[in-house]
Design a protein around this ligand. Sequence first.
Ligand SMILES: [Fe+2]
Ligand SMILES: [Fe+2]
Length: 222
Amino acid sequence: MIPDISIIKKDPEVEAIMEMTENQIKARKYTEHSRRHASIVSKWAADILRGLGAPEERVKLAEIAGYLHDIGNCVNRADHAQSGGIMAYNILTRLGMDYRNAADIMMAIGNHDEQYGSPVSDISSALIIADKADVHKSRVKKKIEDVFKANIHDRVNLASERSYISVEREATVIALYIEIDPTICSVMDYFEIYFVRMQMCRKAAEFLNCRFSLDINGNRLV
Ligand SMILES: [Fe+2]
Ligand SMILES: [Fe+2]
């Protein structure tokens, strides 16, 4: 049994964890990791597998993994992928998901972070790409008086007007499109902090038998 994403979203335990996660992220002035990020990653992870023609069951598992992938931030930002994977497993088995599917999601969540993770399944690969693709100015929660004095992470997010994923199935390409305001951050700034993440996306796309492509401001770079 795979619970519908709407059941997961309104589950009281998930709601409480999401709320406390948001409180902690706010208190520590980290980039937004709220229901907004969770919902976008959920949708994009599902879109990637659906776009590649995966069975609907795999699409639904990716959708759930995407929504729950950052709940470990409720414990602590450090090792949040590992703690989040275990938390998600417990929630999903309580909701009636069979052990195998719940373990599949645990594994994907436990591998989404670039520090210790790597693409280990179709769900994990879709989750990695969806997560790293969400760069947007609304994710900066600090009050920043002078954008040029902001740290590079905040500046890159502040400069990001729009980002989205496109699955080009015929060409076996998964493309990440980003529009950044070059007056706030340069493409080099973007690469300085996103290089490792883009390498991870490339490996994830390869796991899905695709090539990863990055398009910034209309220029296809890779
Ligand atoms: Fe994360
Ligand atoms: Fe995330």
